[in-house]
Design a protein around this ligand. Structure first.
Ligand code: NAD
Ligand code: TDX
Length: 331
């Protein structure tokens, strides 16, 4: 098998490539990545020559076409991914997430290549804190931010290309990921690195927002199961029953790092901030036999903290520019 993984130098993409490299020792992987601020070739440095990197843009049809020789399947992770950035500057999200996905679809359509499209639970909007409902693949789309709206649009493009042109694609919508190699702009790495730099974590609003955490390794095993055994045209939700509010998460990070649980700052809320996400992954579990390995959030978080502690050279160059952007936002 020869896979092309768009966005494979980013957080989840590189975790997925590492997963495939370990679990499928005879597969070759072409990582296709523009290496934006969020992509880093260092994320793939420990992998063998079975993994190669093409530095190019998914919005560039000629470059993409040139990378597809011998490729049997494309896994499409590449996207602009941070909600706060999308509120400040939506255009890169419209361009990469919509035009980029369109370009990927036309490329796989021309060559008859299998596609798996990676998406997010944010396309479904948010739930009330006390709502017994969880998201399934039939929940209506109701995105809130420019990021989630462009991801929703990209999903709809994929569905249209399946139905109208017979593209052999599957889709997955996953909940919030954590683990090694996540950019310091995101919630968990931001707080860990704030503490490592001797500063205080920053909690948006009242801290009551709930996120459904899953380890990036479990997201990766879910994607591999769908690639190998998923039904074409189907959408699978990936989640590991990891609901927690941000206040509890920030307190857990602080105590795991030996600090007082109240040693954080309340900051201005994110505009349009989704209240709660919650995934029902029954379809993935029952149809494809997938189960998550990281069931203990506290243990997974402790291992993630250890990883950031051990790799300051990886995150430190991104830290100051990221905090400068937050400073502008007052968050
Ligand atoms: P990330 O921001 O860490 O990585 C994105 C990668 O895409 C980077 O390597 C970047 O260089 C690359 N990229 C961006 N624009 C590109 C372009 N125009 N051409 C080529 N490469 C480009 O993101 P992530 O958190 O790893 O998310 C990966 C995917 O998973 C995204 O599609 C995201 O929507 C989805 N997702 C993320 C989460 C999460 O919690 N992080 C949850 C569910 C779904
Ligand atoms: O400093 C912070 N303080 C804070 O309270 C940051 C950066 C975030 N937050 C809150 C906002 C959210 O409620 O923490 C929660 C998580 O924030 P993010 O890490 O920005 O993630 P979120 O907006 O939930 O989106 C993430 O999960 C779904 C990813 O960034 C998306 O790419 C994915 O689709």
């Amino acid at each position: 098998m020869r896979l092309l993984v768009t966005g494979g130098a980013g957080f989840i993409g590189s975790n997925f490539v590492r997963h495939v490299h370990r679990e499928r020792p005879d597969w070759e992987v072409v990582v296709y990545d523009r290496l934006t601020y969020a992509g880093d070739r260092a994320n793939l440095a420990d992998l063998s020559e079975r993994v190669t990197l093409v530095e190019a843009d998914i919005c560039d049809p000629a470059a993409l076409e040139g990378a597809l020789d011998g490729v049997e399947a494309v896994i499409h992770f590449a996207a602009e991914t941070h909600n706060d950035n999308s509120l400040q500057s939506p255009w890169p999200f419209v361009h990469t997430n919509l035009v980029g996905t369109y370009t990927v679809l036309e490329a796989v359509r021309a060559r008859g290549i299998r596609l798996h499209h990676i998406s997010t639970d944010e396309v479904y909007g948010d739930l009330a804190l006390d709502d017994p409902a969880t998201f399934t693949d039939t929940t209506p789309y109701n995105p809130s931010s420019p990021y989630s709206a462009t991801k929703a649009g990209s999903d709809l493009l994929v569905r249209a290309w399946v139905r109208s042109f017979g593209v052999a694609a599957t889709l997955s919508n996953c909940s919030n990921n954590y683990g090694p190699y996540q950019h310091v702009e995101k919630f968990i790495p931001r707080q860990i690195t704030e503490i490592l730099e001797g500063r205080r974590p920053k909690l948006y609003g009242a801290g009551e927002n709930v996120r459904d955490w899953i380890h990036a390794e479990d997201h990766s095993s879910g994607v591999l199961a769908i690639l190998e055994r998923g039904r074409i045209g189907e959408t699978y939700l990936i989640g590991a029953d990891g609901e927690r509010n941000n206040l509890d998460t920030v307190r857990l990070i602080l105590t795991l790092m030996g600090r007082d649980g109240d040693d954080f700052d309340w900051v201005k809320d994110r505009p349009g901030h989704d209240l709660r996400y919650a995934i029902d992954a029954t379809k993935l579990r029952s149809e494809l036999g997938w189960t998550p390995r990281y069931r203990d959030f506290e243990a997974g978080l402790a291992a993630t903290i250890d990883w950031y502690r051990a790799h300051p050279e990886w995150w430190r160059p991104q830290k100051a520019p990221t905090e400068a952007r937050y400073e502008e936002l007052g968050r």
